[in-house]
Structure formats: structure tokens, C-alpha cells
Design a protein around this ligand. Structure first.
Ligand code: ATP
Length: 248
């Protein structure tokens, strides 16, 4: 069905110079689904996300709604509704929370068209994002650099949501965060997915967390998918968890 073909990756090879990282990936993500990409360090998770948003070149095919993304620019992917939240977040420390969020709208192509309609649209998007992240609303005038790690991650995701993405790519959102704030963050991602029907691909070291919110999961090992299936099934298969995910 068209739903099942929202994001389709086939025969994807990608890497950096001599480093051939992805060795032929095949998977697809249905519209509205949360998909987790799991696996050990260096397996190629980050590279997979980069290939989905035009940040690395590769062979094979990555299509979104039938449009080829591979070999196109990150700007092209962004225009098609792909928002990428890289590891390390990339928010601007000296700008306030709200200024960072407005930059997200700017990337959508909004701010230089200073029409009343566009200003109203940005205001509505800010409201939407603050609705998901009450902590950001409370800190809207505060410099991003003064936020906690968890709040900075929320800001990075909030900024991506200002693009009104149809596909949200999250790279290791839990990295370096305390368990409690991580759980809060993942609950918000789940809510965004449910309320806005945003399709999410999340790369995580913390398999348990990701499997809690994911519908499907793929396990990568040395640039190949070694396991794919419904998240529930992967979560409940103790042996799988132990062998591939380092949990028991
Ligand atoms: P991690 O959780 O450690 O980020 P990962 O599964 O996301 O792991 P990738 O970051 O995709 O893995 O890296 C896969 C391989 O590609 C690694 O061997 C890494 O050293 C290499 N690699 C990543 N980025 C680059 C780069 N910019 N230039 C050269 N090699 C790279």
C-alpha cells in the first residue's frame, strides 16, 4: 500500500571515502510509524540517518513518498518534510530558546517572507511546540546554553518540529541524559507521533527506551540489518535482546 511505502530504503550502500559503512540496507517505514534503528557502536546507525537526509552520498535508493532523496541535498530533503536532529543537538547557545525555535521556522522558508499570514503561522507553530514542551515555554527567554542537557535536546527536537516535518530523524536523543528526563523526552516524542502523525526514525544505543515507543525496529551490525520486526516482538525475545542489544 502507499502507506507502507512512505519511506523506502533499498540496496543502500554508503560511507565516507574509503570507509564503506552501509553494506546494502533494505527496509521501509510506514507513514505514522515510529521506527527504531538499534545496534552497537560503529554499526552504521548515524550513517543511515545521514543517508536519509542527504548528508552522505550513497548507492541504492531512498525514497520518500516516491521521491528520490539519495544524492540530493539536505535542503532538498528539508523541503520535502525531512527534519534531522543530529547527535550533539546543534542549537545556538547564545540565542534564547525562542530565537532557536524561530530559526526552525526560518529553515522552513518563513521569516524572510514577513507577511502577516507567515507571522501568524510561525506564532501558531511556536504555540504547538510549546504545547509539546512546557519546559521550553517556561524558559523561552533564557539562553539555550543555560538549559540542562535534557532541555537542550527538547529544544533541538522542538526546533525540528517548527519545520512541520512529515519525517523526523532523531540521532541518539538519550545521549548523556539522566534517565528521568530521557523518559520524559521519549514520552513527548510518542505524543508528537500520535497527535501529529509525524513519522519518526530514531537511532538509539538505549534499546529498551527506543523499543518502548517504537512500532518496528531494525538491528544493525557492521553495516547490515541482522534483525527487523515489530518492536514488541524484539522486546519480548530475551535472546535477541541479550545477543544484539546488550540488555538482559
Ligand atoms: P555510534 O553509536 O558510535 O555513533 P553508529 O552505529 O552511529 O555508532 P556510525 O556513526 O554510522 O555508527 O559510524 C559507522 C562507521 O563509520 C564507524 O566505523 C565510523 O568510524 C565511521 N565514520 C563515521 N563518520 C565518519 C566520517 N565522517 N568519516 C569517516 N568515517 C566515519
Amino acid at each position: 500500500t502507499a502507506e507502507a511505502d512512505f519511506l523506502t530504503v533499498s540496496g543502500l550502500h554508503a560511507g565516507y571515502g574509503q570507509a564503506h559503512v552501509l553494506q546494502g540496507l533494505d527496509f521501509s517505514v510506514a507513514r505514522g510509524e515510529v521506527c527504531a534503528v538499534l545496534g552497537p557502536n560503529g554499526a552504521g546507525k548515524t550513517t543511515t540517518l545521514r543517508a536519509l537526509c542527504g548528508m552522505v552520498r550513497g548507492r541504492g535508493s531512498v525514497t520518500l513518498n516516491g521521491t528520490q532523496l539519495l544524492g540530493r541535498s539536505p535542503e532538498h530533503a528539508a523541503r520535502l518534510g525531512v527534519a534531522h536532529v543530529p547527535e550533539g543537538r546543534g542549537t545556538f547557545n547564545d540565542l534564547t530558546v525562542e530565537e532557536n525555535l524561530r530559526i526552525g521556522a526560518h529553515l522552513r522558508g518563513g521569516l524572510w517572507r514577513r507577511s502577516r499570514v507567515e507571522r501568524a503561522a510561525v506564532a501558531a507553530d511556536l504555540e504547538r511546540v510549546y504545547g509539546h514542551f512546557p519546559r521550553l515555554r517556561r524558559r523561552s527567554g533564557q539562553a539555550a546554553g543555560s538549559l540542562s542537557g535534557g532541555e537542550q535536546q527538547m529544544l533541538a527536537i522542538g526546533r525540528a518540529l517548527m519545520l512541520r516535518p512529515t519525517l523526523l530523524l532523531l540521532d541518539e536523543p538519550s545521549l548523556g541524559l539522566a534517565p528521568l528526563v530521557t523518559r520524559e523526552l521519549f514520552e513527548i516524542v510518542r505524543t508528537v507521533n500520535e497527535e501529529e502523525r509525524t513519522t519518526v526514525v530514531v537511532v538509539e544505543q538505549n534499546a529498551q527506551l527506543a523499543l518502548d515507543i517504537a512500532h518496528r525496529a531494525h538491528v544493525l551490525e557492521a553495516g547490515r540489518l541482522v534483525l527487523s520486526g515489530p518492536a514488541r516482538q524484539i522486546r519480548e525475545d530475551g535472546q535477541v535482546a541479550e545477543v544484539y542489544l546488550g540488555v538482559s
